[in-house]
Design a protein around this ligand. Sequence first.
Ligand SMILES: [Ca+2]
Ligand SMILES: [Ca+2]
Length: 405
Amino acid sequence: MSLLRDPSELAREGPVSVKFAIACLMPLLCWADSARASVVQIYAAGSTGQESMALQISGVTVRTFRKVRTGPASRYYYATPRKLAISQIRVRFTNDGKHNGRDMNLRVARVNLDGVDYLSTAPTTFSTGSIGPTGECSPGYHETRTLSCNGYFQYKRGGSAPSSPSPPPAPLNSQWQLTFSDNFSDNQLDTSKWNIGPEWGRINNEEQAYVPEAIKLSGGKLRIYAERIPTPYHGQTMPFRSGMITTKGKFSQTYGKFEIRCRLPKGNGYWPAMWLLQVSPASFQKEVDVMETVGNLPTLASFNFHHLDDNGKHKSYYRQWWGPDFTAGHHTYTLEWSRDRLVWFVDGVERNRIENRFVPRQNMYILVNLAVGGGFPNATNTPPDATTPQKAALVVDYVRAYRRR
Ligand SMILES: [Ca+2]
Ligand SMILES: [Ca+2]
C-alpha cells in the first residue's frame, strides 16, 4: 500500500505545478511530481546495530546509512528529483566484520521505489554478499534477505511479484487447519518440533554420515549441507557427511495435507527428500515420499508410496513428473492424504494420484533429509563422482501440515 500515485495516471492529468521538495519526508508531499522524481525506501535491519548500508544509483553511492538498527526492519529514506528505474538501484553492506564478537550482517527485507515493493527474496533479485548453495557468500539469485558478507542486492523489474520466503499459511476460513508449521526463522533448529538425525544406521547403500553440524539456519531458511568430508558412522567411514531431521515422537498425524517449500541441490549423487513414515509399524513402516529426486536430474519431481501387499511383498508406486529446474529456485511440494487416496501437487498443481486400500490409516511423522549416493542415484547411473560439488545444500523455506476441518 502506498500513497504514491501511478505515474501514468499523473501524466494523463497534464503538467504538475507542485515543486519537488528535497526534504520530501512523506510520500504524500511527493506524489505531485512523481512523474519526474523518485522516492526510495529501504526496509532494513542490522544484526548488531553497527552495520553500514549504502544506497547506490547506477553504481554511485548517493547515501550511506550508518548503525542500521536491529530488530524489525526500519525504514531508510532517499528522495531525488530524478526519475529512477529499479534496475539502477543497489543496496550495499559495506562494513562486514565482528562487533563485540558477534557477526555483523545486514538484512534487507525490501526496497520500495515510488510505491512499488521489490523483495530481496524475489527470484529476480541478484546478490553478491549472500550465502549460496555452497555455504559461502557467492554471487547469485539466493532468495534471501541477508547479506552475510560485504556485497549488494540488485533488484529487477518483476521482483515485485509476491514471493516472500515464507508465504503465509492458508487463511483461517479455508477447509484446512494448520497443525504443524516451521518457517525456520530462528538461528537454530526448534528441537521442540524436530529431532536431528535418524535412529538407524546406514540404509540403501547411501554414502553419508548424518551429523548435527550439517543442519544450519539463517535468513529464514533451513539448510541441510552435504559435504565431502570422510566421517565415521556406525562402524564405517562414509565419504560424505549430511543431515536429516524428523518429527518422530514430536508430531505425527493421520490424513491431512503435508507441504514443503524448498530449493534442491544439484550434482551427481545428491538425493534430497521429504517423506512420511508410519509411526507404529506391525512389521513394515508404510512410507509416502512427498518430495524426492536426484541432483543429476534437476527437472525431475518424483513421488512414491511403499507398502506390503496381502502376501507380505513390498510394493511401490514410483511416478515421475518433469517440471522446471528445481535447483534454480524454491518450489512447493504438497501431499493431500485421505482415506484410500494420496494426491501430490507441485506448486499447487496436481501431478500424481494413487487410490487404493493400502493407503495408510495410521499416524505418520515427517522426515526431511539430503542423502548422498545409494539406491536412487545408483538407479539413474549417477552415483557421486568427481563432478559432484564438494558441498551442496537442500534449502528449506518451510514445512507445514494441515488437518481438514
Ligand atoms: Ca557477516
Ligand atoms: Ca522460511
